[in-house]
Structures are given as C-alpha cells and as structure tokens.
Design a protein around this ligand. Structure first.
Ligand SMILES: [Zn+2]
Ligand SMILES: [Zn+2]
Length: 345
C-alpha cells in the first residue's frame, strides 16, 4: 500500500510503498476512510522544530486523526463488529512502566503514538489495539469521526481551564483547536467567547459558520494594541493560547483577571519570556494541556451526535489521500483550515 511518510529529518514528506499491516493479538485491522491533516503534521512536514524526537524513528507514516472501518480482529473483538465505523485513539500507554502499573496510564512516559512515534493514518490501512477503537455513534459519519481526535484535545483544554457557566473566555488562535475550544467553551455555558486571529479570513469564516460571532482579526498589529481599547478594564476569566506563538502568552496575560487561568495548548518552537513579577502579583495560573485522557473521548463522540452538523463546518477541504502533499502545502500556507484525506476517493 502507498503511505504518506516522513522519511528524513528535513523539509518534506513522500509517498512510499509499504506492506499492509497485519493485526497482532488484541488488535484490529482498519480500513481508513477519513484522516484529518493537523498543525502537528504541518510542523513535521516543515520540520520547523518540536519534533526532533522523531528523527531516529523515520521513515514513519504521518496522520493521527483518523477513522475507518473494522475489517478484521485478532483475538477478542471486545464487541467490535466487522464493518463498524470507529474513531481511533492514536496514543497507547506502554502498560509496564511505574505510572501504567499504578493505574496512572495518562502519565506513561513510554506511550506510543500513531502518526508521531508509530505509523499513522495517512495510509489505506492501519492496525490498532481493539481497546483504542471506539465505535462511532449512530449518525456520526467517517469525516466527523476523524474529527474526534482534535475535538478531544480542545475539550480537554476547556476542562483544564475549568470553564463554567458565566465565564468570560478569550481564545487566541482561530485554527481547528481554537475553533473547537470556542465551541466547547460555549457548550460549557461561558457568557462570552472572544476569538482572536491574525490575517485569517478563511478560518474566521469557519468560526462564523460555527456560530461564533465575537471575532477579532488583529491584522498586522499586535495583540495588546488590538485588545486594549475594549478589554483593558474588562479582563477575561480564562484565556486559551492555541497559536504556537510563544509571545502570545505574555501578551495575553495582560488581559487575564486576577487569579485567572491561561491555558497553553500550542506547540512552541521557541521559549517564551514572561514577566513573572506580574504573574505573582496577579496570582495568574498558567496550565499546559495536550492530548486528552481516554474518558474525554466518549464525551466528544456524544457531542458529535448533538453538534455534528455544526462541527462539520470545520472541514474546509476534502481530498484524496493521493493529494496528501498538496494538502500539507495548503495547510502550511493557511489556504485551508481542516482538510480530510480519504484513501478510497
Ligand atoms: Zn492533531
Ligand atoms: Zn507506561
């Protein structure tokens, strides 16, 4: 089969012919029907920093946001029926480290992650542990199921931020994660959700389609100037950083209320400079968030049942897997927001 792989620690990806995987005990063979292109894939494509750990693992098939049909199961199917559409949790704890053995698998230091440390979903077939395959609820189709992974990241960020009814929320970064954070903050009954972007017409269109109205495009200016007139005296309870631009953290803190929470969700290629005296005096809380624990997945699949048609607006492009390189180029140059690749097309 042809798989879209990172083959060398430098700019680029390429299609390579690789053997179709064979499921081991406790694994399912899945025919991938939809795979999302993520900012992570773009970073790895560009090799712009943050993924050096992958170098010794290459060549490796990219793609960690994917769904597909169960074709075969080796061993106990655990209720998975052949043909069932599943969303796949891409990350698997090792099961044998001290964290895993003490029941804290979320903290496993040796987890394997499809698309970054094991072969991922930009291929027609993949194997995955049966326990990582979650049946899509009725009414959730392939492309929506492929959105589950980025949605869990956003839902987890909103839970980390502790958004509750009446909160005033600022989301910096209008990409898929920022879009979904804004949506889940709304669903958590935040009173106000403001999303900030920078020269981002396309992604603002997506945000509007999602029903978000309070959007600020800072254009070529800086965040502080753009927000100062409106929010200097009306600070936010919770701020989400979803840009990967480290300077945004310091700038954003100027608009966080005393004891407010700033959640950092982006992957940053550089260090940030922070005014720690202000942080201490304002008793600001900075929290990091990354992948979601398993228990967040069913909650997100449920949200796809109730909000699926709204969430579908996040998908701006649908392309055949063969056009994967072109898709990464589109995403890299921000001419697409979320692209779904389908091997069968
Ligand atoms: Zn992703
Ligand atoms: Zn472990």
């Amino acid at each position: 089969m042809k798989a879209l792989q990172k083959t060398a620690p430098t700019f680029g990806v390429e299609f390579r012919e690789v053997p179709r995987p064979v499921p081991g005990p406790g694994e399912a063979l899945i025919e991938i029907t939809a795979a999302g292109v993520c900012g992570t894939d773009v970073h790895i494509f560009e090799w712009s920093g943050g993924y050096d750990f992958m170098a010794p693992l290459l060549p490796l098939t990219l793609g960690h946001e994917f769904a597909g049909r169960v074709i075969d199961v080796a061993g106990d199917a655990n209720g998975l029926a052949p043909g069932a559409l599943v969303a796949v949790i891409p990350s698997t704890p090792c099961g044998s480290c001290a964290h895993c053995l003490s029941g804290a698998a979320e903290s496993c230091e040796r987890r394997s992650a499809k698309g970054t440390s094991a072969d991922g979903g930009f291929a027609p077939w993949i194997t995955a542990p049966v326990v990582n395959c979650l049946a899509a609820p009725n009414g959730v189709d392939d492309e929506l199921a492929a959105l589950a992974e980025p949605l869990t990241v956003a839902q987890e960020a909103v839970l980390k931020g502790g958004v509750t009814r009446g909160d005033r929320v600022l989301v910096i970064g209008p990409g898929t994660i920022g879009q979904a954070i804004a949506l889940y903050a709304r669903m958590a009954e935040a009173a106000e959700v403001v999303v900030v972007g920078k020269n981002d017409l396309l992604r603002f269109e997506t945000l509007r389609a999602l029903g978000l109205r309070d959007l600020i495009d800072i254009g070529d200016g800086d965040l502080e100037t753009a927000l100062a007139s409106r929010f200097a005296d009306q600070k936010f309870d919770i701020i989400f950083e979803a840009t990967g631009v480290p300077e945004v953290v310091q700038e954003g803190l100027a608009f966080l209320r005393k004891e407010g929470v700033l959640v950092v969700a982006g992957i940053h290629p550089r260090r940030a400079a922070l005014d720690l005296t202000r942080l201490v005096r304002e008793r600001h809380q900075i929290r990091g968030t990354q992948r979601a624990p398993r228990h967040v997945w069913p909650r997100v699949l449920d949200s796809l049942v109730t909000e699926g048609e709204r969430i579908r607006h996040m998908i701006t492009h649908r392309m055949p897997l063969d056009h994967g390189v072109e898709a990464l180029e589109l995403a890299r140059t921000r001419r697409a927001s979320k692209i779904i690749l389908s091997p069968g097309v």
